[in-house]
Design a protein around this ligand. Structure first.
Ligand code: SF4
Length: 303
């Protein structure tokens, strides 16, 4: 006789008190009900364990780990079954070139965490973060902390030229020669691999935007709105202004409420870079009273 064992993480499931029907959609279930279930999953502390368990069991219908059966099959198809167990080393460029559209849809539409996407694609959270930056142009006014890669730069300056040269039927090496003459004074051709990668990233970006555009909302807007979450989950790449916009209030409140927390503690608690938190704090609180409130250590660091 089989003994059914309930996994220990089930005790923490956010859906334990929710309407169970929500998690078993049929073909006629309205999208709003599916989104309602996914919202519960989005805040579930055991989402990752639930997703892996559903994939392992081959659960085909229920919403588990924030994904429907169809969405999980898509993840598994990409994953080849091997990568979920052992994170690989796909580079940001490989991710963007081969799986860019899927990566964007998984992050924004399916609300997968950066960690989950990284595992499903055989990469690391930092790889997903860099692929995201390659795929999504920054929204106006947002200054990214990281120096753009050569492909990002090429897409920023020459996206339309790349497209029009390809439309005219030039090979990728010929496009490299033309762009080399336009972009640098030494006429050094751009490597064919760079041109091919940039064009693939463009295609993946457009496919992702197309799949995310619905109900009158532009897919690019949805992608750009998700940027802070992606950065935060990667624990890297946030600029001082990002930290102020995201956590400014929390940092000042935590530091001033008499809890005895230092900026170092607060940075650790919020999963942010200590130095960036310190600079953000000083920028937000340039008045003398607040500076007097800094601990001795922090004053030393600030000097
Ligand atoms: S991820 Fe969703 S389905 Fe899985 S345990 Fe959490 S709330 Fe329930």
């Amino acid at each position: 006789m089989n003994t059914l064992t309930v996994p220990h993480w089930r005790a923490k499931a956010a859906c334990s008190t929710a309407d169970a029907d929500l998690f078993f959609p049929d073909p006629d279930t309205p999208q709003e009900r599916i989104d309602q279930a996914k919202q519960i999953c989005a805040s579930c502390p055991v989402k990752q364990a639930c997703l892996e368990d559903a994939i392992r069991r081959g659960e085909s219908e229920a919403i588990c780990g924030g994904l429907t059966g169809r969405e999980r099959r898509s993840v598994v198809a990409l994953d080849t079954g091997r990568r979920l167990r052992r994170p690989g080393r796909a580079s940001a460029r490989q991710l963007a070139v081969k799986h860019g559209a899927h990566l964007l849809v998984a992050l924004v539409e399916w609300k997968m965490s950066v960690q989950q996407v990284a595992e499903s694609l055989g990469s690391t959270p930092m790889g997903v973060y860099r692929a995201y930056l390659l795929l999504v142009p920054p929204r106006p006014g947002l200054v990214r902390n990281k120096k753009p890669s050569r492909i990002e730069e090429l897409l920023r300056t020459s996206k339309e030229t790349l497209r029009s040269l390809e439309r005219r039927g030039l090979s990728h090496s010929e496009i490299g020669v033309v762009l080399g003459a336009v972009l640098n004074s030494e006429n050094t051709p751009l490597p064919q691999s760079m041109v091919s990668a940039a064009l693939s990233v463009l295609r993946q970006r457009e496919e992702g935007i197309r799949r995310l555009s619905k109900n009158g909302v532009d897919g690019l807007e949805r992608l750009q709105a998700e940027e802070m979450r992606v950065l935060r989950e990667c624990g890297a790449g946030l600029s001082v202004s990002d930290v102020i916009a995201l956590e400014g209030d929390a940092i000042v409140r935590l530091h001033r409420n008499g809890s005895g927390l230092t900026l170092r503690d607060i940075a650790a608690q919020l999963g942010l870079c200590r130095e960036t938190v310190r600079k953000a704090y000083l920028e937000m609180t340039s008045d003398q009273q607040v500076v007097r409130d800094l601990t001795q250590d922090e004053m030393g660091e600030a000097a």
